[in-house]
Design a binder for this molecule. Structure first.
Ligand code: GRG
Length: 304
């Protein structure tokens, strides 16, 4: 366990974990570059290593250590598998056939930099790479085969039709219509929430905890996921494209958002209610996890 007394503050924690996550992502990208054409490798590098908060891998590492596991390069490789899926989703989300975005993480989007055909291929390449990385890093962590399969299955399930891709699909279908709260929740529990929740569950399974603790991590992750999305909608209208490092905004794209539906103040209250639910789930799971507590709060307090 990570005793609360060892917790030195979230900024330092995010910086320290970020360094290890970047190193693992560099390993993953270098491995891919060695096996594909240079133009494809460059696009992968652009999409994966171009900044970002690295929240999903940091949640995975935090869950694993809260569940009693030790940090190691293999743990960060496991965590990096989540970021490969996230990076592919951003590369494809930015394509002309979806959001047609020009800016991501303060830089030109992958298709603007490398061409649409290359960005499509580079994104697709990351999906099996992420599945394999999750499986192999679990084996390197010494997980039994059933646990390694459960971890990589959790990642693929969250990325798939019942998770992120399904949520994106519903989101695209909902464009041009004013969606209600139930519909918005259904979209974002899949589109954003599934991968965030999987980050926690993967860390917990890999650490070998029982089903009840895994359930606790899933509940915490689901609430954090919804809080994250509501906060995203709030930032979309309260922060500049420059601060967020991306455009167009959801507002420009005329998407249904929590802010459009509930107004800014109510949306803020709903985000905080999800944080309280996440903290309650954490307490019920009985884990001593100062970083997870701080991360739940960070999700709504962040400025980008
Ligand atoms: C074919 C229907 C279909 C889908 C393909 C494109 C796609 C899969 C899914 C898109 C999923 C998506 C874009 C979800 C948005 C998640 C989100 C809130 C992203 C921003 O996450 P941050 O703030 O970004 O963690 P950084 O840059 O910090 O990593």
């Amino acid at each position: 366990m990570t005793p609360a007394a060892d917790f030195l503050g979230l900024s330092q924690y995010l910086a320290d974990e970020g360094v290890q996550v970047e190193a693992a992502l560099e390993r993953a990208v270098a491995g891919l570059e060695a096996s594909v054409a240079p133009e494809l490798g460059s696009a992968v590098r652009h999409g994966v290593l171009g900044g970002g908060k690295r929240l999903r891998p940091i949640l995975c590492v935090s869950a694993y250590t809260a569940c009693g596991g030790e940090r190691s390069p293999a743990l960060y490789d496991l965590a990096a598998s989540l970021e490969l899926i996230h990076a592919y989703s951003l590369m494809h989300d930015d394509l002309p056939c979806m959001d047609d975005a020009e800016l991501r993480r303060g830089r030109s989007t992958t298709h603007r930099e490398h061409g649409e055909d290359v960005a499509v291929r580079a994104g697709a390449l990351l999906i099996p790479a992420a599945g394999l990385l999750a499986l192999r890093s679990c084996q390197a962590l010494g997980c039994a085969d059933d646990l390694a399969r459960a971890v990589s299955g959790t990642l693929m399930e969250a990325a798939g039709a019942g998770g992120m891709v399904g949520g994106q699909w519903l989101d695209l279908l909902g464009e041009g219509r004013a969606l209600g709260g139930e519909e918005l929740n259904a979209i974002h529990r899949r589109k954003t929430g599934a991968l965030l929740a999987a980050s926690l569950v993967m860390g917990a399974i890999a650490a070998g905890v029982d089903q009840e603790t895994q359930r606790g991590m899933r509940e915490y992750g689901s609430s954090v996921g919804l809080a994250f999305q509501i906060a995203d909608d709030i930032l979309d209208v309260t922060q500049s494209a420059e601060t967020l490092g991306k455009n167009p905004s959801d507002n420009d794209l005329e998407k249904s958002t929590y802010v459009a539906l509930y107004g800014l103040e109510d949306a803020r209250e709903r985000a905080h209610a999800q944080v309280r639910a996440a903290l309650a789930a954490l307490e019920r799971s009985g884990l001593s996890a100062a970083p997870l507590e701080a991360l739940a709060r960070y999700v709504v307090d962040r400025d980008k």
